[in-house]
Each structure stands twice: as C-alpha cells, then as structure tokens.
Ligand binder design. Structure first.
Ligand code: HAM
Length: 420
C-alpha cells in the first residue's frame, strides 16, 4: 500500500520531551499567550473555521492577495460558496454583528488554525496558527496604547530579541483615498518601469506598491508622495506619543511606508518585525478597522486588533514551559499493576504542579527506572506489595542521587510537593 502524506504546507505539530523542538515551543508559546491575554482581561471567542466565502470578499478585500489567490474555498452540497478562514478578524466582526452586540465594547482573543494557499517556504505555511486580539467599540485613543502595551508584553514575556515594532497612520478613509490617488498619479509616470506584480498592484490596490520587494520600484518610491503629508496633526502626534511611551520597553519606529495586506485598515497600523526570521520577517500585524462592522451590514463600531503567527514566533522565542515537578510512577510488582493504579490516581489529583507519568507497559524495575531518567523526571514514585498494603510509596529523587529514597504515606505527598 502506498503511504498517505500530509498536504503541502500543512505540517503536523507534535509535542515531545525535547522542549526546544519547534512543536513544543509552539505549544508553550500558545499557553503563554493565553495567559497574557487573560491577564489583560480579554475574553476568548471561538468562531467556526468555515465561513460564507463572501465574508472574506467583503472584509479582507477583493483586491488583496489573500482573496485573489490564497483563499481555500469550495461549494458545499447545497452549492453554497464556503471558505476556510484565512484570518480571524472578519469572523469576529461577523459574529458580533450577527448577535447585534455592536453597541457594547468588547475585548476578545482567539487562537487557532488559518488557511492561505501560499507558496510554502520557511515561516510561510498553508495551514498556520494565529493568536489574535480585537478591541471593539472604542475609537482611536487609549485602545492604541493598550494594544502596543500588549505587543510589548508578548515581546518581553517570550524573550524575543532583535525585533522592532513599526507603526504608521493611514489617516481617515478620506485621507487614505487622497493619498492613494496622489500615489497613483505619481507612479503612472513610471508604470513602464514597474514589474508585472507592481503594475497589477498599481491598478488594483496602489498602496500595496509601497510593500514592493523590487529594488527599482523602491528607488522610484523614494520621491513618491508620503502618507505623512495627507494625515492630520493629531494622527502624527499619536504616533509620536506611542513611540515615546514605549520606546524604553521595545524598539519602535515610525515608518510611513508601512501598509498592511488587508483592505479593511485605516488609521493606526503596525507590524512587529524580527531580524532573525529571514524573508518572512513580520511575525505580528494589525491596526484599526473602524469601517468593517458597517461593511458587514452592522452598525458602526470603531475597532482595533492584531494577530501573531505562532509558527513564526516559535522560530524566535526563548521560552521554557512553566516548571512542574515531573514524576515517574513505577509499579515494582508486575501482578499489582491494576491495584496500584489507584495510588497514581490519588497523586494526580493532589495539585496541578505535579506531572505524573505512569508506565503503561510491563517491565523490570530497572528498565522503568532507566526510562524515568531518560525522560528527565525529578522523582520516581515506586509502589510494591508492601507499600500497597500500607498505603505508602517509595519516593526517590532522580536529579539528586545523593539523597536517600524514603517511604512516605500517600496522604503526606501533597505537603511534600508543596514544600519543594
Ligand atoms: P496578517 O498580517 O495577515 O494579519 O497575519 C498576522 C500574522 O499571521 C503574520 O504576522 C504572520 O505571523 C502570520 N501569518 C500570516 N500568514 C502566514 C502564513 N502563510 N504562514 C505562517 N504565518 C502566517 C491578519 O491576519 C489580521 N487579521 C490581523 C488583525 C487582527 N488586524 C486586526 N485585527
């Protein structure tokens, strides 16, 4: 029989004892992010992975790369166009509008897989995991500070070095439109010098030309109009204030060429870039999207948010999982395995600082102890006939061989672990 492999760009994630492995880091990052979000008092929202395909056309934008060529969509049995979500923001707003909750404020977080049909390469997958947050119902002002404070907390908590947060302001929709027109009329003169990709962007989504990787276009853009000349003083002041508030915590740069790949943004936008990531160097991105709710048929609801890619984070973080006491539970007498399991059950319920690994295979005491060492356990708890009869265990340190093993009543184990 031929083997069936996973789809291109859709890797399996598999936790292991090696906490420095890519998958293990990703799971650790996931736990840490959830903790940070809840510490900022954000509430979880889980939206479906499948949505009406129109949702992304009307939000992410029909001229964006995502909708143009990256969306995974198909017709269901009823001939309805369905899409696998390429991002989380559109679904969150759809959910709030659908439940008529636009009049309240919300601080929400989500985490899960997203799909984009991109050319896979380092840091770019077709199925990847995003964690995102959205602050809904609040206009420009303090939410911008809360958001950048959260981004800085992620960078600090996950020990990310060599990174920078780029911030920009795209103005009101009107200002953005005026800038876009000025950019088009400037670039039209050089259209014959642009490559096919930039020509297409100029026609469909001119601001995206600012994102070009083409060195010639970059030269042409040096003299191009800047958004800086189209936004008002309050917007410029916001950028300066954010930079000065957070600059001693994270490196922040005002970059007027920063535009985002999704159409729904106006106002404050930002990206976090790592110098250790290679071509796909942006690991977090977001901004304000005050018009999205009304574009999706809801009431006006000013909003701001960001998402961070877990795969890209896993490449650059330096994190350890919170330390727990790791115990290998060893049943010394083979015919007692089933009876002794009850003790394992009791130990597992003691406290959540204890991770207990129970051997599910028969074997000699020696081979079980060898395995316990290999798994890097802190302690072995050994139960034999005598211990079982007296409701005691033998506890043996595996990290400090100089301490003697001791016999202990099961009901004293809790205080023993708490005192460690
Ligand atoms: P985005 O910039 O498209 O924004 O994606 C956010 C993050 O997802 C990126 O910075 C990157 O880390 C990760 N990412 C994107 N595509 C891939 C891929 N193919 N493979 C691996 N990682 C990837 C959004 O999605 C917006 N919804 C963010 C937002 C929330 N804006 C407002 N609220």
């Amino acid at each position: 029989m031929t083997k069936i492999n996973s789809l291109t760009g859709m890797p399996d994630l598999h936790d292991s004892e090696d906490k420095k492995s890519f998958s293990s880091k990703l799971f650790t990052v996931e736990k840490k992010l959830k903790k940070i979000f809840t510490n900022f008092n954000f509430k979880e929202i889980r939206t479906p992975m499948l949505e009406d395909a129109d949702l992304f056309l009307r939000s992410v934008g029909s001229t964006s790369d995502i909708v143009n060529k990256e969306i995974y969509s198909f017709n269901d049995r009823n001939n309805k166009a369905i899409a696998l979500r390429p991002e989380g923001t559109a679904s969150v707003i759809r959910s709030i509008v659908e439940r008529k909750l636009e009049n309240s404020t919300h601080k929400l977080w989500y985490l899960g897989p997203m799909w984009r049909y991109e050319r896979p390469q380092k840091g770019r997958y077709r199925q990847f995991n995003q964690a995102g947050i959205e602050i809904l119902g609040l206009p420009e002002g303090l939410p911008e500070f809360e958001i950048i404070s959260l981004v800085c907390s992620i960078i600090q908590e996950l020990n990310i070095k060599n990174c920078i947060i780029k911030i920009n302001h795209l103005g009101s929709p009107d200002e953005k439109e005026k800038f876009s027109k000025a950019l088009v009329s400037y670039l039209k003169e050089y259209e014959h010098m642009l490559d096919e990709k930039d020509k297409l962007r100029l026609r469909n989504n001119p601001l995206r030309v600012l994102d070009t990787k083409n060195l010639n276009t970059q030269k042409i853009l040096k003299e191009a109009p800047s958004i800086r000349d189209f936004i008002d003083d309050a917007s410029l002041l916001l950028l300066k204030k954010i930079k000065s508030q957070f600059s001693d915590i994270c490196k922040i740069d005002i970059d007027h060429s920063l535009v985002r790949g999704l159409d729904y943004y106006s106002g404050f936008v930002f990206e976090a870039i790592s110098f250790d990531l290679g071509a796909q160097d942006s690991f977090l991105g977001g901004g304000r999207y005050d018009q999205l709710s009304s574009q999706l048929g809801g009431k006006e609801m000013p909003s701001i948010g960001f998402a961070v890619g877990l795969e890209r984070l896993s490449e650059i973080v330096d994190v350890e999982e919170d330390t727990k006491i790791k115990i290998s539970f060893i049943i010394a007498t083979s015919n007692l395995e089933e009876n002794a399991y009850k003790i394992a059950h009791q130990i597992r319920r003691l406290n959540d600082q204890v991770v207990l690994d129970c051997y599910l295979k028969e074997g000699s005491l020696k081979s079980k102890l060898r395995k316990a060492h290999k798994n890097n356990s802190d302690y072995a708890i050994i139960v034999g006939e005598e211990e079982l009869e007296n409701n005691t265990v033998i506890i043996k340190s595996l990290q400090d061989e100089s301490t003697n093993q001791k016999v202990m009543p099961v009901d004293q184990l809790d205080s023993f672990f708490q005192d460690l």
